[in-house]
Design a protein around this ligand. Sequence first.
Ligand code: G3P
Length: 215
Amino acid sequence: MIITNFKTYEQATGDKALELAQIHDAIAKETGADIRIAVQAIDLKNVAKMVTIPVLAQHVDPVHFGSATGHIVPESVFMAGGAGTLLNHSERRLEREVLRQSIARAKEVGLMTIVCAATPEEGASFLEFDPDFIAVEPPELIGGTISVSNAQPEIVENAAKLIGSAKLLVGAGIKNGDDVRIAMKLGARGVLLASGVTKSSDPRAVLMDLVSGLS
Ligand code: G3P
């Protein structure tokens, strides 16, 4: 599985989010690969109606319809065509109790949950909340040029032991098919990445290379 987090990159916002999403969608169709994307809340509806791959929110709040000004209600994500949500990303960390409630609320609505963790140990501690996937991303490698697969393969191995391969995603610095191949070989189910695709002048070529690492 390959999940591209569009973050708030300008190249992945508004009309460009749609264009980038359609590239992901086309490659998923061509290759049969499991490709998903996490877009900004404001772009979610526009993107989700134009692609068939799962579109995730980057965050939801543990709130209900009603008095929650400025929050993201999980139901709204679902109604906009969202398939799930990231939670506790390194750039949007949550208190443990808030995370627990957010996962529960997302599940109530039928949203898939991908919970991010800074270390394998932290990721394993989230198993009790039963998210669909746990993405281990060493913060110091996020947005960098060296991938977790290459820089810290022991993190992937350790995460596979502690979390189990079925739920394990890894991320940070993933840029090419070799990074994906190593991560999968070490026990990950897939990868979560951003800049390798969003900042590329040829995201289609990067994605095709990334997909080659899945087989
Ligand atoms: O959510 C994915 C992310 O934090 C990794 O970012 O740019 O290192 O692929 P990047």
